[in-house]
Design a binder for this molecule. Structure first.
Ligand code: 5RP
Length: 260
């Protein structure tokens, strides 16, 4: 094991380390949000600092923007970059078709826009996020503040006719206050347990007035890189139809922690 690094952090680190191998000199790179994506930003920063990799990064949250700048990555907005070569991000769940639930970290809107504006989306994960069927993780739905209670009620009404097991909707909180996203919106978390038809769910949710976007990523992800605590990494490429395995040296992970 790599010193004090926990098994879960080792898994996240090796996934990130493998994923940044897709990044080449001159690329415009979308950078996701969350604890796994943070490892990817650190790995990219290391390549920029030590190997002189020349990239432009588009962050999906203020948190990621701050970390990217801290590790020396040239950060621009999506409007400045316009189109990206690759986006690397974490996930809350993924299934065999590489459909995702994202937004546990509250950044689903920017994450979906950035991933969709990329030639390739690579998801980095540990094995715990792999599911037979999406829905155990609460599905985040971003809603505008105006009339949010009405929007929530409309979503609850809509859920009754959907192929799901649970029907509870809760507002995401930040202490006593409603959680506010980088775009100034709120998040409704849908506790569905099982989503029978994620494609339909996503389309129907986005029809509700007041809904900005939902956390289902359908036909967006191209590659899932799963890291394991022993340094093994599995890469599933849905377009190539391949499933490869390799081993990553994770001895240096602690230095990346120490640098930040
Ligand atoms: C943020 C996200 C994250 O990618 C997702 O929540 C996974 O986070 P972590 O890597 O910390 O488990 O969608 O909106």
């Amino acid at each position: 094991m790599a010193g004090n690094l926990s098994p879960i952090d080792t898994a996240k680190f090796v996934a990130a380390k493998r994923a940044v191998e897709y990044v080449e000199d001159g690329m415009r790179v979308g950078m996701g949000t969350g604890s796994t994506a943070a490892w990817m930003v650190r790995c990219l920063g290391e390549l920029v600092r030590d190997d002189g990799l020349n990239i432009t990064g588009v962050p999906t949250s203020t948190r990621t923007a701050e970390l990217a700048q801290q590790v020396g990555i040239n950060v621009v907005t999506l409007d400045e970059a316009r189109w990206l070569d690759v986006t690397i991000d974490g996930t809350d769940e993924f299934d065999a078709e590489l459909c995702l639930i994202k937004g546990g970290g509250g950044a689903l809107l920017q994450e979906k826009i950035v991933a969709t504006a990329s030639d390739k989306m690579i998801v980095i994960t540990d094995p715990s996020k792999h599911v037979e069927q999406l829905g155990a993780f609460p599905l985040p739905v971003e809603v505008i503040p105006f009339g949010w209670q009405t929007t929530k009620a409309l979503i609850e009404e809509m859920m009754v006719s959907m192929d799901v097991l649970g029907h509870t909707a809760t507002m995401r909180m930040n202490g006593e206050a409603l959680y506010v996203t980088d775009e100034g919106n709120h998040i409704v978390d849908l506790h569905l347990t099982r989503i029978g038809n994620p494609r339909q769910m996503s389309l129907v949710l986005n029809q509700v007035p007041g809904v900005v976007e939902n956390g289902l990523f359908i036909d967006i992800c191209d590659v899932v890189v799963t890291g394991h605590a022993d340094g093994r990494v599995e890469v599933i490429d849905i377009n190539e139809g391949t499933h490869e395995e390799s081993q990553i040296d994770f001895a240096e992970a602690e230095n990346l922690f120490a640098d930040i």
